[in-house]
Write a protein that binds this ligand. Structure first.
Ligand SMILES: [Zn+2]
Length: 306
């Protein structure tokens, strides 16, 4: 069952509390070995924990040699919706100097673990983008998200380590410069999609069209898939009808969540000659943020031009 839960209630807190309790218990039994105080020769490194690898990459880009980032969910462990924190996850949070979470109910476990260490500085991306209940919370697909997140990182790291502010600023600028081609390709695609209709198998990529006048067609299909349910016959019928009427310019398929019904829906799109772009919920293995986003945008551009 995969769902964006906004209220996890007491259960999450109890799980976190017992995980934290276990750590404290272990800390008494096992004395840390090889613990070193920071010296001039080996300056203290920030320990940053990021719930999602996409924000972890941005954090590492900004913090550079002054920090180490641990990503909890990334290419190695599947769908972020299904992630369950372990004792090791709780330990990582307990040791962190800075925590980054997506927020908006997406990574509720990260929210709970962060809340258990309320004194540790935190960056919650949902706050940076002024998330409102009901907004799509796959924030990393928003066009300007790297600018927003790196700015928050520079600000927060400088607050904790003012000495290296210029270093963090420079690193953020350099990182953003490497992403500039993403904006160029978006500018190429935008006029081809404005005023057009898109269908999605799941509302994962919708934020990529944030601020554009793109119409995302009947969403009951996508919402059902996201909730882990089969789309209703009516939702499937709507999908087919829109394709048959040639109203659809692009279909977005989340290849990380497919089933017989989504495959059938995508097949209908192919038959109707509508370009289909594959997207994923989590960062794919072997691709950094830039490559991940660029490959998707490139395939949209190619599809629209075909
Ligand atoms: Zn999702």
């Amino acid at each position: 069952m995969k769902q964006h839960k906004n209220i996890n209630g007491w259960l999450g807190l109890i799980v976190v509390a017992s995980l934290v309790g276990l750590i404290l218990h272990q800390a008494v039994l096992v004395r840390p070995v090889g613990f070193q105080k920071s010296t001039v020769d080996s300056p203290k490194k920030f320990k940053i924990v990021s719930s999602l690898s996409v924000y972890g990459e941005m954090a590492q880009a900004v913090v550079g040699k002054y920090g180490e980032v641990v990503n909890i969910v990334g290419p190695h462990n599947g769908d972020p919706h299904d992630f369950e924190p372990t004792l090791q996850t709780a330990k990582t949070y307990a040791q962190a100097d800075l925590m980054i979470s997506n927020g908006g109910g997406y990574d509720e476990w990260a929210y709970n673990l962060s809340a258990a260490h309320a004194k540790t500085p935190q960056i919650e991306v949902s706050r940076l983008v002024n998330y409102q209940e009901g907004d799509n919370e796959h924030f990393w697909y928003r066009p300007q998200i790297a600018q927003v997140v790196t700015a928050a990182l520079v600000q927060q790291l400088s607050r904790q380590d003012g000495q290296h502010q210029a270093y963090y600023q420079r690193r953020a600028q350099n990182y953003l410069a490497t992403l500039a081609p993403l904006q160029q390709i978006r500018d190429d695609i935008k006029p081809q999609l404005e005023g057009k209709m898109i269908l999605t198998t799941e509302p994962v990529y919708d934020n990529a069209f944030y601020g554009w006048s793109v119409h995302i067609g009947d969403q009951k299909f996508a919402q059902a898939v996201e909730a882990g349910n089969d789309p209703s016959p009516q939702a499937i019928e709507q999908w087919h009808r829109a394709l048959k009427k040639r109203q659809v310019s692009l279909v977005v398929e989340n290849t990380q969540t497919t089933n017989r019904i989504t495959q059938q829906a995508v097949k209908k799109a192919h038959q109707a000659g509508v370009p289909v772009v594959a997207v994923t919920e989590a960062q794919p293995a072997g691709k950094n943020y830039y490559q991940w986003q660029m490959d998707i945008l490139q395939s949209i551009k190619t599809g629209l031009e075909a």
